[in-house]
Design a protein around this ligand. Structure first.
Ligand code: NAD
Ligand code: ZN
Length: 350
């Protein structure tokens, strides 16, 4: 059965109704040190019996030590397979909480209530759960879908602007994978200043792109790789930034990666140049540019080769023939990737 996703800004009553439907013997709520203060108070009144577990915020804490603390709290407070864990936070909380629930007593049910834009548009939906391990992102995990995902925009007002922009990059990606009409609508609306209802409509459109793809390929055997659009170059930018000791947010890296991979799409698949220029201008306006020179190419190429999507040491990409027309697992040679990086620099005024 496809995962149930509810789009609503009436979160407290919807969550209470879902818990009523699931009839758990105990309810646990996982928050991080930010969401416990800015989100949980809005819902606490509807869940008087819940046990709240709070973990430190940030991806550095998406690790075994934090996971172990969550398992410990579940055990100390009598969680069973009939209990429900509500993950209330960004992607870090839904990833770690989903994994904690998937593994505790061989699996208890969980509900995701994403509170960041990246969490809502990407992490909370699709069944990937997990933690980082030995400096490798998402190294340990499982595919396990939440019982329900409740998606709203009502918690975004306390989200730092950079987090909103970071999540918006995944919406751009979904728009490119969707249809010309949906993409036009997304570019024409200013997500940051849109009202809550408009934001929710845009979010629903965007999340449904991921849902459609995940439904066809839940365990990432093929088509789901379409969702890696922008991520092969994006991950390389992220790694380079980390190596420079100036880390960048994932979404920013994806936005710049989308430009570079749309250039590749133009070279390899005749993706229309007008759309490429428009995307580059949009990304530059929102995110500025990630600065690279040709001296960075060897490192970037190395990172791209090591990306888990690259097979047989080739450079593998999900590319677009046009908006909504994706080709996965397309191999490119090194010279073409370098040319794309040259054109990325031109488009980004570097
Ligand atoms: N499972 C998947 O398919 C998938 C997909 C994409 C990303 N991810 C994972 O998601 C994580 C990134 O997601 P993220 O950016 O949401 O990370 P995050 O959960 O670390 O949240 C980012 C920051 O925003 C804070 N925050 C969250 N909601 C807030 C709110 N309403 N008000 C104020 N502050 C708030 C958090 O405390 C944190 O400091 C990564 O761990 C990534 O690996 C998973
Ligand atoms: Zn991403």
């Amino acid at each position: 059965m496809p995962q149930q996703v509810i789009f609503t800004n009436a979160v407290a009553t919807t969550l209470a109704a879902e818990l009523d439907r699931l009839q758990p013997n105990r309810v646990f709520v996982l928050t991080d040190e930010n969401t416990v203060g800015c989100v949980w108070p809005e819902l606490a009144g509807q869940l008087p019996q819940a046990t709240v577990i709070t973990i430190p915020a940030g991806d550095d804490n998406k690790n075994l030590a934090t996971l172990s603390r969550v398992w410990q709290s579940l055990q100390d407070n009598g969680a069973t397979r009939k209990s429900v864990l509500v993950n209330l936070g960004g992607g870090m909380v839904t990833d770690l909480g989903g994994f904690a629930a998937a593994t505790f007593k061989r699996g208890m049910r969980f509900i995701n209530v994403p509170t960041s834009l990246l969490g809502a548009v990407d992490a909370a939906v699709g069944g990937k759960t997990g933690i980082n391990f030995n400096d490798l992102k998402n190294e340990i995990g499982t595919f396990k879908e939440a019982e329900t995902v409740i998606i709203s925009t009502r918690f975004f007002s306390t989200l730092p602007e950079s987090e909103l922009k970071s999540g918006f990059a995944e919406m751009l990606k979904h728009g490119l994978l969707d249809s010309k009409d949906a993409y036009r609508h997304l570019l024409a609306s200013d997500f940051q200043t849109a009202d809550a209802e408009q934001q929710l409509t845009l979010l629903e459109q965007s999340v449904n792109v991921k849902r459609r793809i995940v439904e066809l390929d839940p365990c990432e055997k093929g088509l789901r790789r379409a969702l890696n659009l922008g991520h092969t170059v994006g991950h390389a930018f992220e790694s380079l930034a980390l190596h420079r000791n100036r880390p960048i947010a994932h979404g920013y890296a994806v936005a710049w990666g989308l430009v570079a991979e749309t250039v590749l799409s133009h070279i390899e698949m005749q993706f229309p140049s007008t759309l490429l220029y428009e995307l580059a201008a949009t990304v530059y306006r929102i995110y500025g540019a990630f600065p690279i020179t040709c001296d960075d190419y060897p490192a970037l190429l190395r990172y791209m080769r090591h990306d888990k999507k690259s097979e047989h040491g080739e450079y593998n990409f999900s590319l677009l023939r046009d908006i909504g027309d994706v080709v996965t697992g397309h191999a490119c040679d090194e010279e073409t990737v370098k040319t794309a990086l040259d054109i990325y620099r031109d488009l980004m005024h570097i």
